[in-house]
Ligand binder design. Structure first.
Ligand code: NAP
Length: 464
């Protein structure tokens, strides 16, 4: 079977200018086979390395990345348009992620003791063991962090990794495998495959590949999960989100409006856990909308390398077209634009911070994820309606609620259908906390103990 030609070119295309900076040739089937063979051979001995040895390599990798944070930040900005400040913060978060698993993997994967006598054994326990070669299919939006949260957990657990990164961030992808190698991880522990999405199935069906994790869109997740289902291989899916951000009358409304802006426009509005739907109690609706809209309208859009700029371009031309389409359709059906709306002229894929109100349930924007700096604001009569609107989405990734009322906090913690709930703050990710979603946002967890255990065999040991 010939190697499929990637649907999207594997290339660095600067989204601030539209200019193609560097193109790459996709790996052939033979090259991919060779990479899988190298990974499988490496796993045979890497699985027996000690936690201490893996931690030494991981700390060395973290130190290198810390020293090179400015360089890799510039690369991320060039490839997908995030501001330099957020790219640097991402690189440093990856340093933290590496160090977290380097320091905690052994404890997180310690044997689970059981009461031997009750099961008629002299000894009984459960042991976490690595499962082998794991493929990670990753998105461009946090091009280093998404891949590092996989790599750090997989490698510390004793697995080996293959990375199929998004086609528009090849240089960041290659940087990651390179820095891990320079940190000391032996050849074959972590390899970047420059392949298009059409070549993923072949890798998933290879018997030497044990499992897969995908972060990305629903269609991509569905495809990978279907193939892995057919192959009976474990998957973790981190898909889209349309996170609610609820504001109740007891909240500090000014603080909520300020955090709401960051929660919506972080990463130029392209974060799975960005707050996308703002559900505001009617008593504070006007106050919130006024403060929020003023702050959104005051943001600076432009060259992401300029330190004075808040929002850079969207990462791809097609991504901007999708945002535009959702907003235009909503406005045509009666939604009201409070600020922004409409692409910015000139080269590059810029879209302004936009606030929409008067959205009705028949509009696509009500249920679909908007991957750009567009906020949809809803009015809720009371907490019941706020929770009802929050849950009226196929997604269930993050969520945010602002209130100083303990009773309301309990209602939100219990009642919102999501993988995480942040009270009086904005959803973010921390190496120490499990991260993932429910419903169409996917399944499985990354980060913390849950994340490193996903790709382990929990082997029960019973000794007479
Ligand atoms: P995407 O188009 O699904 O791409 C993600 C990755 O999947 C890329 O490597 C892509 O490769 C690959 N891919 C696409 N279609 C595939 C298929 N049919 N089979 C196998 N691989 C396939 O998503 P995106 O537009 O880059 O990323 C945005 C989406 O990711 C949003 O929905 C966002 O919410 C979600 N996301 C979720 C999380 C989370 O943790 N839950 C985090 C970040 C982003 P190519 O680039 O070669 O097409």
């Amino acid at each position: 079977m010939p190697t499929p030609t990637p649907k999207t070119p594997i290339a660095t295309i600067n989204p601030a200018t539209g200019e193609t900076v560097k193109t790459f040739t996709a790996a052939t089937d033979a090259e991919v086979d060779a990479a899988i063979a190298t990974a499988a051979a490496r796993f045979a001995d890497y699985r027996h390395t000690s936690f201490a040895q893996r931690a030494t390599w991981m700390h060395a990798t973290a130190d290198l990345l810390e020293a090179e944070a400015d360089e890799v930040a510039a690369l991320m900005t060039l490839e997908m348009g995030k501001t330099l400040a957020s790219a640097k913060a991402e690189a440093l978060k990856c340093v933290k992620g590496f160090r977290y698993y380097a320091d905690h993997a052994e404890t997180l994967l310690a044997d689970q003791p059981a009461d031997a006598a009750t099961v008629g054994a002299s000894r009984a326990f459960a042991r976490y063991q690595p499962i082998g070669v794991v493929l990670a299919v990753m998105p461009w939006n946090f091009p280093l962090w998404q891949a590092v949260r996989f790599a750090s957990a997989a490698l510390m657990a004793g697995n080996v990794g293959l990375l199929k990164h998004a086609s528009n961030v090849p240089q960041t992808a290659l940087y990651l495998s390179d820095v891990l190698a320079r940190g000391g991880f032996p050849d074959g522990c972590f390899q970047t495959l420059l392949i298009g999405s059409g070549a993923v199935e072949r890798v998933l069906r290879d018997p030497r590949v044990a499992a897969a994790t995908l972060t990305g869109s629903e269609p991509a997740g569905r495809s990978v999960a279907a193939i892995c289902g057919d192959e009976i291989k474990h998957t973790v899916l981190e898909l889209g989100g349309s996170d609610p951000f609820i504001v109740m009358p007891s909240a500090d409304v000014a603080a909520a409006a300020a955090v709401a802006v960051t929660a919506r426009v972080q990463n130029n509005g392209q974060s799975c856990i960005a707050a996308k739907r703002f559900i505001v109690h009617t008593d504070v609706y006007d106050e919130f909308v006024a403060a929020f809209t003023a702050k959104m309208a005051a943001l600076t859009v432009g060259d992401p390398t300029d330190p004075g700029v808040d929002i850079g371009p969207l990462a791809t031309e097609s991504g901007r077209a999708e945002v535009e389409q959702l907003v235009d359709a909503a406005v045509a059906a009666g939604a009201v634009i409070r600020c922004g709306g409409g692409r910015l002229d000139g080269p590059g894929w810029f879209y302004p911070p936009t606030v929409l109100t008067d959205i009705t349930r028949d509009m696509a924007i009500y249920t679909e994820e908007v991957f750009g700096p567009v906020a949809a604001v809803y009015r809720a009569a009371d907490i019941d309606e706020a929770i009802e609107i929050a849950n009226a989405t196929p997604f269930g990734l993050g969520s945010n609620a602002w209130t100083r009322d303990e009773g309301e906090i309990s209602r939100f913690v219990d009642g919102i259908e999501a993988g995480q709930v942040y009270i009086n703050g904005m959803t973010t990710s921390h190496p120490e906390l499990p991260f993932g979603g429910i419903k169409r946002s996917g399944y499985g967890r990354e980060l913390a103990g849950a994340g490193i255990r996903e790709f382990c065999n929990l082997k029960t040991v019973w000794v007479a």
